[in-house]
Design a protein around this ligand. Structure first.
Ligand code: ADP
Ligand code: MG
Length: 332
């Protein structure tokens, strides 16, 4: 199977245009053509998944296809944007390019998520090389209304969606560093391998959230980006984060190896959850909760923004705990 047959068979589907939709021209020409709606800005983001770095060699290809797109859609969610289309740059080792079952599953996982969000694959590039999936996603957001990292104000509440830390527990369990009950492992593994991009929440937070970011590298580090961009500091209630994570796992207490410190470390510095962390004025608490409910997304208030720079981690008694939590950094 040559390069073009591979594209035809696995990645080019149906019509290359959507009547009156945002895709004026899809796969097959030198460029795809997109038409955002009037008054909208294009929102663009790229994320790459590298074998051995971002996923293990034996990862289920359907999960890999899902995750490659999910991490990109998560960036659109964090900006309050709605997806339009995406491109896929794919490097495949020769044995993968020959493995039709593997390619079929990859495409199935990818397109299931793409179709759920009406986000068409409109182009890409295919080459031989170490396994690497790089997606660029294109979205739209009403001009001037994107959620950004630089809008947090002293006094704002800090919120998170879902349960930050669950993906880290899944990774640790797969590596044999911790043991989880089968039910807890299934949840943690699904969080790691099939994260849910919080698009509905992000979109409805426009005009409510003062800032937002998606948690890809760990809450401490990602929130740190918001604090730096907004020139503020924050206090985080770590006991609430631990509670949310513990409550989300079926009977975590049955595992003697899973300590409170494991949970705290996972919640504060575990990456790969693709939840949203966002800030909003305290007067908008009811609006945040209504938005979260309308979008079917659980949210929890986990701290507040302060004028003094730096991130203060508070324990159950409200006293500072030692700040040895670090986020993932490829070159650190
Ligand atoms: P060019 O050489 O002009 O860049 P290619 O020959 O690489 O174009 O690709 C042919 C067409 O197939 C283009 O429209 C390109 O966007 C599309 N394409 C290539 N690889 C992929 C892929 N992995 N997924 C989707 N579309 C792809
Ligand atoms: Mg090309």
């Amino acid at each position: 199977m040559g390069e073009f047959e591979l594209i035809e068979r696995f990645f080019r589907r149906g019509a290359t245009t959507t009547p009156a939709g945002p895709v004026a021209l899809g796969i097959g020409d030198d460029c795809a053509l997109l038409q955002p709606a009037p008054g909208q800005q294009l929102a663009i983001s790229t994320d790459m998944l590298v074998e051995g770095r971002h996923f293990l060699e034996d990862t289920d290809p359907a999960a890999l296809g899902h995750k490659a797109l999910a991490v990109n859609l998560s960036d659109l969610a964090a900006c309050g944007a709605e997806p339009l289309a995406f491109t896929l740059a794919l490097a495949l080792p020769p044995e993968r390019a020959r493995d039709e079952a593997w390619l079929g599953s990859l495409a199935q996982g990818l397109f299931a998520l793409a179709d759920a969000h009406h986000c068409a694959l409109v182009g890409g590039d295919t080459t031989a090389g170490p396994l690497n999936l790089c997606i660029t996603v294109f979205g739209q957001v009403p001009a001037g209304r994107a959620l950004r990292r630089d809008g947090a104000c002293a006094g704002d509440d800090i919120w998170v969606s879902g349960t930050p830390g669950r993906a880290r527990l899944g990774l640790q369990a797969l590596r044999g560093e911790i043991t989880l009950t089968p039910a807890a492992l299934a949840l943690a593994r699904a969080q790691l391998e099939r994260p849910t991009p919080r698009l509905a929440l992000g979109r409805t937070l426009r005009g409510i959230a003062s800032s937002a970011i998606d948690v890809s590298d760990g809450l401490v580090g990602d929130l740190g980006h918001v604090l730096a961009a907004s020139s503020v500091g924050a206090a985080i209630d770590t006991a609430t984060l631990v509670q949310v994570l513990a409550d989300s796992l079926p009977s975590p207490g049955s595992d003697p190896h899973l300590s409170e410190d494991d949970l705290r470390t996972a919640a504060l510095s575990g990456g790969d959850d693709y939840e949203l962390a966002f800030t909003a004025a305290p007067g908008l608490r009811a609006a945040v909760l209504a938005t979260a409910q309308a979008s079917g997304t659980p949210v929890t208030r986990v701290g507040h923004i302060e004028a003094a720079p730096g991130l203060r981690l508070l324990g159950a008694d409200g006293q500072p705990i030692s700040p040895h939590y670090r986020s993932f950094d490829h070159f650190a």
